[in-house]
Design a protein around this ligand. Structure first.
Ligand code: CDP
Ligand code: CDP
Length: 222
């Protein structure tokens, strides 16, 4: 049987990972957080004292890493990574590393291998455009920058992390700009993706809209 592929892309804080995880849970599919893979490379590079701007060293590192899925994070070379890859420092470094064509090539291969083995809901920046161009359902989530920054602010607050909302908004803007303007596989909506502006939508609303698209695709079945 052909594996099902659901691709969810969009800028930071649009709600991708939250809704992708829920859609995967409801459909019984595997959730693949591709951002966690870029983050894991950045985290590992810091741990190994590598220069994160040294393209050759970072590409070599990406080649050496093995990734496997875990409900609470991502397993990288046998180690479960969770909150340690969610810091603002790692977000910025991941975005810098994500510009490197060699790193992207390696990760896209690994992501495609995962999707070849099982049905997936995969989220990121280039899933509908490059990783799974033939995905059954493609969704591009957006929300205003104010809303996205505020969501992240609340999330960090709830974890006991104090951040300045203005600074967080500027960091997210800067990262979006980097992701949108990079040369290789920039953040953009695939031509055949359904755009959902989530600014005024609850998580449940977004999940329900995506479930409807999936039901439609699967001919009325969940
Ligand atoms: O993966 P992405 O960066 O697109 O966003 P996320 O991590 O899924 O969502 C960022 C935060 O916004 C999380 O804390 C979500 O629970 C929250 N969120 C929300 O409050 N309302 C929504 N409609 C969507 C997400
Ligand atoms: O959770 P959030 O949306 O803030 O970020 P993420 O999805 O964890 O991705 C972190 C960074 O990795 C992004 O800012 C992108 O630079 C990069 N990334 C990418 O280039 N391509 C992907 N498919 C996923 C992430």
């Amino acid at each position: 049987m052909k594996h099902l592929q659901i691709a969810i892309d969009g800028p930071a804080g649009a709600g991708k990972s939250t809704v992708a995880r829920q859609v995967a849970g409801r459909l019984g599919l595997s959730y693949v957080d591709t951002g966690a893979m870029y983050r894991a490379i950045a985290w590992k590079a810091l741990r190994e004292n590598l220069d994160v701007h040294d393209e050759e060293a970072i590409t070599q590192l990406a080649e050496q890493l093995t990734f496997s899925l875990h409900p609470q994070g991502i397993i990288v070379n046998g180690l479960l990574l969770k909150e340690e890859i969610r810091t603002q420092e790692i977000s910025a470094l991941a975005s810098a590393i994500a510009k490197m064509p060699g790193v992207r090539r390696i990760l896209v291969n690994k992501q495609q291998e995962i999707a070849a083995r099982q049905s997936v809901v995969m989220d990121g920046r280039d899933i509908g455009t490059h990783v799974l161009p033939e995905a059954d359902v493609k969704v591009f989530l957006t929300a205003s920058i104010e809303e996205r920054a505020f969501r992240r602010y609340k999330e960090l607050k709830a974890k006991g992390i104090d951040v300045n909302l203005d600074q967080l908004r500027e960091e997210i803007k800067h990262r979006d700009e980097n992701d949108r303007t990079r040369k290789y596989a920039p953040l953009e909506q695939a031509k055949d993706a359904v755009l959902i502006d989530t600014t005024d939508l609850s998580i449940e609303d977004i999940v329900e809209s995506i479930m409807q698209l999936c039901r439609h695709k699967m001919g009325g079945e969940e």
